[in-house]
Design a protein around this ligand. Structure first.
Ligand SMILES: [Zn+2]
Ligand SMILES: [Zn+2]
Length: 180
């Protein structure tokens, strides 16, 4: 039996490219396994559907849907079956309502490390503190832990907020917790 190779993927949020995780998964593991590690890597909760695409989300062939319980049309599809080569990318969407899109790019294929457990997260983007834009206006420095998606869309730049300002000024807005 030939040993399964390991696929090294850079998985990034499509609209926040600075947020990425490097994920390693074996060729005989499945899209179900990949879904599980992506949910873990990006702190997605387990209440929503996800779907893999051969190219752009919604605009290319579906590689399969994964249900919140891990079943679904894609869960048994093996990574090897995708026939990816270095540099190819597939896309992934988590939660059809919030539509959180990810680009999963194959960086390289390597030999497995003895004793390692796959899939695994091997690195991630460096984090730097980002500050609340509201506090900044009054010359105060508070670390931002939220991004107001409504205001970000409207102002066309990231509206990052501390918890207090989010509660005080963006009560009815849709916000997401910042990923580090
Ligand atoms: Zn603030
Ligand atoms: Zn807002």
């Amino acid at each position: 039996m030939t040993k399964s190779k390991v696929y090294v993927f850079n998985t990034a949020l499509k609209y926040r490219k600075g947020t990425w995780r490097r994920i390693e998964i074996k060729g005989d593991q499945t899209l179900g396994d990949l879904d599980g590690i992506i949910r873990e890597a990006f702190n997605h909760d387990d209440h929503h559907l996800s779907e893999f695409f051969s190219g752009r989300v919604w605009n290319s062939n579906s590689l399969g849907v994964i249900e919140p319980d891990g079943s679904g049309s894609g869960d048994k599809k093996k990574i090897d079956e995708l026939e990816l080569v270095k540099g190819s990318a597939i896309e992934y969407v988590y939660d059809f309502g919030d539509d959180i899109q990810h680009v999963i790019k194959l960086e390289k294929i390597v030999e497995p490390v003895a004793g390692a457990k796959y899939p695994r997260i091997t690195s991630k983007n460096k984090t730097r503190n980002r500050y609340c834009v509201s506090c900044k206006k009054i010359q105060k420095k508070s670390v931002a832990t939220w991004i107001c998606m409504d205001c970000t869309e409207e102002e066309r730049k990231q509206v990052l907020l501390c918890e207090d300002c989010l509660e005080d000024e963006h009560e009815d807005h849709y916000a997401e917790e910042l990923l580090s």
